[in-house]
Design a protein around this ligand. Structure first.
Ligand code: HEC
Length: 121
């Protein structure tokens, strides 16, 4: 359907894709957590490395707007809570972004903010 050169079919295709995109974004953005509370945490604890736009403020920090946020919340929460460093990467993600006071709820809220601000992958 999407390869059709007939303009009406092509328009229907664009609409279908737009609807599918919206549905996926809504699923992701309506996850648990309070994104406003998470935003305050992000701008206090994470922004120095990840940048206000999520694209990474230092070498070795991944662009959160291009694919990373498609990972499951369970995986993201584990990486944020415990920190990680993938083989060969120049810089580690520190546990809790370097703030040991972050609670499990804070982590859920900050993931809600990441989805809200940077999308769903
Ligand atoms: C000292 C710099 C630094 C700080 C502070 C920091 N990060 Fe990271 N973060 C990194 C680096 C570096 C990576 C990539 C590590 C790798 O790929 O090996 C990363 C990766 C991530 C990822 C990708 C996870 C994945 O599974 O690929 C997420 C999400 C993330 N950080 C969220 C956060 C949040 C939320 C905070 C604040 C609570 C935070 N980071 C604070 C440096 C930082």
């Amino acid at each position: 359907m999407c390869r059709s050169t007939v303009s009406r079919a092509a328009a229907a295709c664009v609409l279908a894709l737009a609807a599918a995109g919206t549905a996926r974004a809504a699923d992701c953005r309506e996850g648990p957590g309070d994104w406003r509370a998470g935003g305050a945490i992000y701008h206090r604890t994470c922004v120095a490395c990840h940048g206000a736009d999520g694209r990474g403020a230092r070498r070795g920090v991944p662009d959160l707007t291009s694919g990373v946020m498609a990972y499951s919340s369970t995986s993201l929460a584990a990486h944020i809570e415990r920190g990680f460093r993938a083989p060969g990467r120049p810089l580690a993600m520190p546990p809790k972004g370097g703030n040991p006071d972050l609670t499990a709820d804070d982590v859920i809220n900050v993931i809600a903010y990441l989805h809200h601000a940077f999308g769903c992958g």
